[in-house]
Design a protein around this ligand. Structure first.
Ligand code: CO8
Length: 375
């Protein structure tokens, strides 16, 4: 059973490999990393039993490729060395990227019918998790208008997909997002920004009903910090750095930074960060102050794996109950206490209209896992 947990990140890459052409597959299979047959078979049968959709992926399980791929790391990880696994995943990602380039395909853009250029969007865990990776590394994932449209499109697609239980947003390398795209917006006049409602559409993220988890790997500055705060849960990598440097550019935060940061870190710290434009917050301090849930030690891959694991835990809950709970918590954030409590009570009563409430409580009494039908 313990192998299951380690398999998640491997599957992400193996799954994407399915979308790559036969030449890439050969290179994958021919790699010297895939040499241990016995562990391969062990993992294969483990996963066949535990994760149903993988039965439909013969490329992954017909041979031993993905197991040996993690031969050393899985073995050591069982002894508690997560770092090793992260390293293997990194190696795998490099191989994957290389193959993507060779084949003229791009990594992971496998959301059906979507051609994104600023993000990658992938369905993971049999479609239970929608992953969005901001992908403008040369501009440190600056939030251009094109990127905004793609992020919203992917979010809305996941939100409408009944299989998806949670969404993860992450960045790449050293940036989650370094803010609005300064080069794109520098010549805007007031009338352009006002008339086009320049940043208005970012607010649509608040309307997404599925939980969104931000895995903040590096710089989350300006609009990047605001994007993280628009998410429901924020996990920070060791190198995460949060800041609101807009005043250095002669402007102010524009997608909720002045409103949300004060709720997260208190007035004095928020004022210091915003008014100086300089006092950034590292991952440790962000966790202390409550801007993030916690710091995930290790590499970006370890951070992403943890965010997916949290997403999976949420995805196992009843989807309508998750949506009601999210709405209630957001009410606390957005409205006064008395109104918030009224809202919570009425949505709490509403859960008694759900079959999942009956099933959840019955399962508890019968000492078994609930079998939610999401209605
Ligand atoms: N916009 C456009 N390009 C950027 C941005 C950005 N926000 N940030 C970095 N880049 C580009 C750089 O210009 C550089 O490009 P090039 O190689 O062509 O010169 C490349 O990314 C790499 O950046 P650096 O060389 O500067 O990398 P460093 O490691 O030296 O520094 C920093 C990293 C500290 C993150 C630095 O890049 C920096 O200070 N960036 C700007 C951060 C910032 O001020 N953000 C706030 C922007 S304003 C904003 O977000 C408004 C919020 C309201 C609207 C939100 C809508 C989304």
């Amino acid at each position: 059973m313990r192998l299951r947990g380690y398999f998640t990140p491997i599957v992400q890459y193996a799954r994407t490999l399915r979308a790559i052409s036969p030449v890439a597959q050969q290179r994958f299979e021919g790699s010297t990393m895939f040499t241990d047959t016995s562990l391969g078979q062990q993992l294969s049968s483990q996963c066949r039993r535990s994760i149903p959709w993988q039965r439909a992926t013969p490329l992954i399980f017909s041979q031993h490729q993905c197991s040996a791929f993690h031969h050393h790391s899985v073995a050591r990880d069982l002894a508690g060395k997560r770092q090793e696994l992260a390293h293997s995943i990194h190696t795998c990602r490099c191989l994957h990227q290389e193959m993507g380039t060779v084949e003229g395909t791009t990594q992971g853009r496998i959301l059906k019918g979507k051609e994104y250029t600023c993000i990658q969007a992938e369905l993971l865990e049999g479609g239970a998790i929608g992953l969005i990776t901001l992908d403008r590394p040369k501009a440190l994932n600056a939030l251009s208008e094109a990127l905004m449209k793609e992020v919203l499109d992917a979010l809305q697609t996941y939100d409408a997909d009944p299989q998806v239980g949670a969404i993860v947003i992450t960045g790449k390398d050293k940036a989650f997002a370094a803010g609005a795209d300064i080069k794109e917006m520098k010549d805007k006049r007031f009338v352009d920004a006002y008339a086009s409602r320049f940043v208005f559409h970012w607010n649509s993220i608040s309307a997404i009903r599925k939980p969104i988890i931000a895995a903040v790997n590096g710089y989350a500055l300006g609009g990047g910090c605001e994007l993280a705060m628009l998410c429901d849960i924020v996990l920070a990598g060791e190198k995460a750095m949060f800041g609101q440097p807009e005043l250095n550019l002669g402007t102010i935060p524009g997608i909720g930074g002045t409103q949300r940061l004060i709720r997260e870190v208190g007035k004095s710290r928020a004022m210091e960060m915003i008014l100086t434009g300089k006092h950034f917050m590292d991952a440790e301090e962000a966790a202390q102050k409550g801007l993030v849930s916690r710091v995930v030690p290790g590499s970006n891959d370890a951070l992403l794996a943890e965010a997916i694991s949290v997403g999976k835990q949420i995805a196992q809950q009843s989807k309508p109950v998750v949506a009601l709970a999210k709405e209630c918590v957001n009410a606390a954030y957005e409205i006064g206490l008395q109104e918030g409590i009224k809202k919570e009570q009425s949505l709490f009563y509403a859960t008694f209209a759900l079959e999942d409430q009956k099933e959840g409580m019955q399962a508890f009494i019968e000492k078994r896992k609930p079998d939610f039908k999401h209605k």
